[in-house]
Write a protein that binds this ligand. Structure first.
Ligand code: 4NP
Length: 160
């Protein structure tokens, strides 16, 4: 069976990328594609390794039916560029950080998540960490739209 894998990447792996991971897992389960699509997330920074997602991200996600509680933060590692077909950054700082450590042959795997939501006209998912609850709702809105677009792209790849 054909398989495809995706890793979402933000700075801390406690707000944006675990939100994207939970949203994508939900969509993949709904589509009955858990056997074909692997979903994970990581941070470019190391401050929060081993921690559960930020309580605000868990609450906001939980209100929309996403369970972030089992997720634990980890840092991106060299092997991830082999393991995943798509390594999707939340913003330009994380895109640059990934490009700095990405092996030359895997460069085309590294992209911005919001490329998959062209209708939103937003280049990045902004960091909600130092802001209020509204930022976490925006993260969810963006992740829901972009992950739907991503799923469509992955279906195409699986069907190729
Ligand atoms: P994330 O948010 O990158 O979406 O997980 C942040 C989490 C922690 C920090 C910054 C952003 N921090 O500075 O610790």
């Amino acid at each position: 069976m054909k398989k495809v894998s995706v890793c979402f990447v933000c700075l801390g792996n406690i707000c944006r990328s675990p939100t994207a991971e939970a949203v994508m897992r939900h969509l993949v389960e709904e589509a009955g594609l858990t056997e074909c699509i692997d979903v994970d997330s990581a941070g470019t920074g190391d401050w929060h390794i081993g921690e559960a997602p930020d309580a605000r991200a868990q609450r906001a996600g939980g209100r929309r039916g996403y369970d972030l509680a089992p997720l634990r933060a980890r840092q991106i590692e060299a092997d991830d560029f082999q393991r995943f077909d798509f390594v999707l950054a939340m913003d330009d700082a994380n895109l640059s950080a990934l490009e700095d450590v990405c092996p030359a042959g895997a460069r085309e795997k590294v992209r911005l998540l919001m490329e998959f939501a062209p209708q939103l006209d937003a280049r990045v998912v902004a960091d909600p960490y130092f802001g209020g609850d509204a930022g976490f709702e925006t993260v969810l809105d963006q992740c829901e739209t972009a992950c739907a677009g991503l799923l469509a792209a992955l279906r195409t790849r699986l069907g190729d």
